[in-house]
Design a protein around this ligand. Structure first.
Ligand code: FES
Length: 323
């Protein structure tokens, strides 16, 4: 059985067991959240051994080159030596500037932007509660316009971090955040390329950042944003998005609700289904999908079948934490 050397100890991995599962089984305290290779909370550096392609999926090239990998996506087949991320990638503390309710379940959290904190709108960071539990939240703010970091946090029943944010966290408290990561963000790309943004719930946070970043960079193509919720009360930032729709001839905002009779201006039906029905052929389009994992997976497949190239589909699935 391969040995995993970490923090001066060696742990025997069982056959087929991920490095993360092995350390958890041995009661080693390490960061993790999704256990699915998405949130990047479990990133470590491999000092001896070679990370697999799967264990580096989604990491920036600079991190891959330094042998960073995701423990939940790596099964050791030989002895390895791993260490925690270096100082450059460790969490940092910052102040809570504002907490505002966007609807009954969603809180807008604005944090002071630490000096030299770089990010693209739509990337995500990990926020830690005082017990050291981390969850990922996407960035809705714009680094060139906003001197704060904006997150949209939905209250999850029993959620260790969202429950703490909604019930305990106060303005002026300090919180611990990670550097921003992820590849779901706007790049100028091909001039005139149409953009299709589909999000459910707080999947609007990255899309709101991406939409405004595209406008800030004078994106000339059409931009369609479909935001879905089960009920009208679950929609938010409606006035802000309507204002962008009115101010920019290439922006088209489509709020959708999947249950009940929607009010005027809101479409009945699931956002992903409506978006794919109404746009038809997607050859040459760039697609952003943010929200529930099942929606993202199914919309990704349908967008591909409608002609979108896989390299033009950016996805940010929200994977629920397992505890
Ligand atoms: S990426 Fe490993 S726990 Fe989320």
């Amino acid at each position: 059985m391969p040995k995993i050397a970490f923090d001066g100890q060696k742990y025997l991995a069982e056959e087929g067991e991920s490095v993360l599962d092995c350390l958890i089984r041995h009661d080693v305290s390490v960061n993790y959240s999704c256990r699915a290779g998405v949130c990047q909370s479990c990133m470590m550096m491999m000092k001896e051994g070679t990370p697999s392609e799967a264990s580096q999926k989604g990491l920036k090239d600079a991190l891959k080159a330094q042998n960073y990998f995701l423990m939940c996506s790596y099964v050791a087949e030989e002895d390895i030596v791993i260490t925690r991320p270096g100082r450059d990638f460790q969490s940092m503390e910052t102040d809570v500037l504002a907490l505002d309710r966007l609807n009954a379940d969603v809180l807008r959290v604005r944090l002071a932007r630490p000096e030299n904190y770089s990010y693209f709108p739509g990337q995500f960071l990990n926020l830690q509660n005082p017990d050291g539990v981390e969850r990922s939240y996407s960035l809705a703010s714009l680094p060139d316009d906003d001197d704060f970091l904006e997150l949209h946090v939905r209250h999850i029943s029993g959620g260790k971090v969202s429950g703490w944010i909604h019930s305990v966290l106060k303005v002026t408290n300090r919180v611990s955040i990670s550097p921003a990561t992820g590849d779901c963000f706007y790049t100028p790309g091909q001039p005139g390329q149409n953009l299709l943004l589909i999000g459910t719930g707080t999947g609007l946070a990255p899309l709101y950042g991406i939409l405004r970043d595209a406008l800030r960079q004078d994106h000339p193509g059409e931009i369609h944003l479909y935001h879905g919720s089960s009920t009208t009360e679950g929609l938010y930032l409606i006035d802000e998005l309507k204002a962008l729709d009115i101010a920019h001839s290439n922006v088209h905002y489509h709020p959708c609700v999947s249950q009940g009779d929607p009010p005027q201006g809101v479409t009945a039906g699931r956002a992903d289904q409506k978006a794919l029905e109404e746009t038809g052929k997607l050859g040459g389009w760039r697609i952003y999908l943010c929200g529930r994992e099942d929606m993202v997976k199914s919309a990704r497949q349908k967008a591909f079948l409608a002609g979108a190239s896989l390299k033009d589909i950016y996805a940010d699935p929200f994977v629920p934490a397992v505890d």
